[in-house]
Design a protein around this ligand. Sequence first.
Ligand code: F6P
Length: 357
Amino acid sequence: MKRIGMLTSGGDCQALNAAMRGVVKTLFNSKTDVEIYGFLDGYRGLIYSKFQMLTGKDFSGILTKGGTILGTSRTPFKTIQDPDENGINRVEAMKQNYYKLQLDCLVILGGNGTHKTANLLRQQGLNVVTLPKTIDNDLWGTDMTFGFQSAVNIATDAIDCIHTTAASHNRVFIVEVMGHKVGWLTLNAGMAGGADIILIPEIPYDIDKVINKIEEREQRGSRFTIIAVAEGAISKADAKLSKKELKKKLEKSPYPSVSYEVAAAIQKKTGREVRVTVPGHMQRGGSPCPYDRVFASRLGAEAGKMILDDQYGFMVGYKNREIVRVPLEDVAGKLKTVEPNATIVHEAKLLGISFGD
Ligand code: F6P
């Protein structure tokens, strides 16, 4: 008999359900008896003992379903070891619930913050297996996270839609893409959507270089320019500020996000008409794309196998086209960023894409 606790934590993404289904199918297809305890709304469910016993039926028909059947929430790692508003020690509460239910392990699906807490629980002696989810693709130890390809599709669709209207009106269009502090999503969607300029956090931009590119395009007869801007993009000047100075500047900024700041600077310096589109949380929504369904199912199957083998303390990752087991202590607290010298960046530049650097 195996008793498995499962939870999804942090921002949701496509294919969370597909991944959980992969784990559960693998376990149910083995000859082992299995009980699944689904903790609701992320770590909160484990802390406050909010769970549901799940059967095979709960995992049927969810391969194509976006979101998470367990619900999710953000439980910041920074404060996880502080008592909650009622003085409850949350780490101890998670441990107690784990032991009370006599769990053999926890299957935790999440991104960066989630992995820090998962590693903490491992250090505290709990058996943990994790799966890498996030549209940001910023998790260290895996070449790819599930949710990423689905989000690339949606952000690309947004850029595709902008293309026709941009061409008709002879305007500069900015599409702001999610990705938190990294540029994977913007880089991939920008290239897939044929953006002329791509601004990502890892390559701080110079607004004059951005304008040069717009003017160069016009001199060559192009009627419009499309700029894919990562929500975390930063100017060269701002990149020189300390964390504190930048925070202060952003607090005082009249712009809701960096895209509007870029738009205002272009408008002011050139008089051109600029429009901003922010697809926002659409990028995390809807059905997982076929790639993510297959990918998350494969990762889930490997997680199921690990549980059957009593192999704990790992994230199931993807390296050089292989599904791999990555020690949690190697993953926790590290960010996978776009290397400014990466071949994909060079190739994008060869295609004529400007990074504003
Ligand atoms: O981490 C996924 C993500 O969608 C980021 O791309 C984005 O910065 C953030 O979550 C948004 O978080 P929230 O849903 O809490 O607003």
